[in-house]
Design a protein around this ligand. Sequence first.
Ligand code: PEP
Ligand code: MG
Length: 544
Amino acid sequence: MIQYQGKGVYGAIAIGKVSVFTKEDMTVKRTRIEDVEAEKARVCKAKEESIEQLGGIYEKALKEVGEDNAQIFEVHMMLLDDEDYNESVNTIIETQEVNAEYAVAVTSDNFSSMFAAMDDAYMQARAADIKDISNRLIANLQGRKNGGEGVSGKAVICAYDLAPSETVSLDKEKVLAFATAHGSSNSHTAILARNMNIPAIIGLGDEFLAAMENGREVVVDGYNGIVIADPDEETIAKYEKKIAEDEEKKHLLQELKGKENKTIDGKEISLYANISSVDNIVNALLNDAGGVGLFRSEFLYLEQDDYPTEEQQFLAYKKAVETMAGKKVIIRTLDIGADKKVDYFGLKPEDNPALGYRAIRICLTRPEIFKTQLRALFRASAFGNLGIMFPMIASEKELRQALAMCDEVKEELTQQGISYSDKVEIGIMIETPAAALISDRLAPLVDFFSVGTNDLTQYTLACDRQNSDIEPFVDTHHEAILRLIEMSAKNAHEHGAWIGICGELAADTELTETFLRMGIDELSVSASFVLKVRERIRSIDLSK
Ligand code: PEP
Ligand code: MG
């Protein structure tokens, strides 16, 4: 039995087998080979395996996301069979007498650069597909399985760290827990674990990852931030008892369903859920959330290999508002950049990505992307109670520009005879200290504020939310942060706007009373926290 210490970012317990998640972007070594024919045969076998895997993914996608979205996997199967691509791989093996992995990597670089240089946007986007199929081929050549594929059933995903685009690619049905060597509490892996209600531990160190191999049995204790490898019977029995106790507690919380979010002295607030995909809505409803306070729309973009079309987005937003049946759904416009990157945006590497080209900055400078999303949002507003909010606002000018784009889109829709609701509430995230400090100027322009404490903490305390080494310096209850929230609440109310909190701090029950005393009107938390926060609200007496 060996114990590894990290930091628990979601308190829950799991017992299961390890599945090591390796990065798709692997480095490939060039080695000389003797037997050219044998090397070409290896490529053939890996190609067959890849096509078989893609066939399976296509069938699954067909059921889960429909034919249009599944088509991409058919394209991948066709690309793997492409004559030019295969000829290039074989020629490199023959003429240079090199290993198959290297021949595929070189072909991938050549073909993807060729596609990227084309004028047509559709062809440019195929560059990412070439990389994707080549990575799959190389993984199969190396006999490497990715995230969950190597272990049947649910598994504990062990990784160096997980980028948002990697977590979305995991089959959620197969994830029992996350255990990463690096990462931070506010990273999107931690947020995803809270959404999924599964244990997650970060900062377990490189030694931990080196010791993990597919199929090894582990206990993941998210409360104490420990992973126990090869647990003995006594340890397993102890943790099984804890799992049963957790179930019992969850069961008791269920009794709070249907009850009001009201303090003993009668102050009521809204309690909403955060979601990152339409599928999460079920969780929001199951946990009795009064609405959706933050729909992280960028996950629609992260799940794709190309820009989601207006129609695809419209259908997703429409489904969200229809499923919530009249309850509010606040959709945050694209917050891509920083740790949330996708190849097809062509974002340049940056020294300080969190301070860089992200979120509203991308939307305002690439209006074609922003307007496509706004059109989809306004069209969906005709089918339910939809709100829109802009991320990362730091100035009045940015907000005015974003609002002007909304007006432009509405005007266009009116002219085209396309309906939209005239009751769409528009708000902004307060997640830069600048926005909080000028909240008196921003409030008159919007219907609501929603405080993004994850970024507000990183920018106020100058602590990168992705860097686990500085966790000891991240005081989420820092007075500076609380003062900025209080200032924003006062300014919102003075100008007739309401204010909510949708960052992770909203679920911190040590602060619920503080937030209520500040006059916060809404808290939006991961669905699994809704009933716990309701329990806390109902125990508070503000008259005391
Ligand atoms: C935040 O910054 O608090 C927030 C809710 O947005 P995200 O975590 O997606 O950056
Ligand atoms: Mg944020």
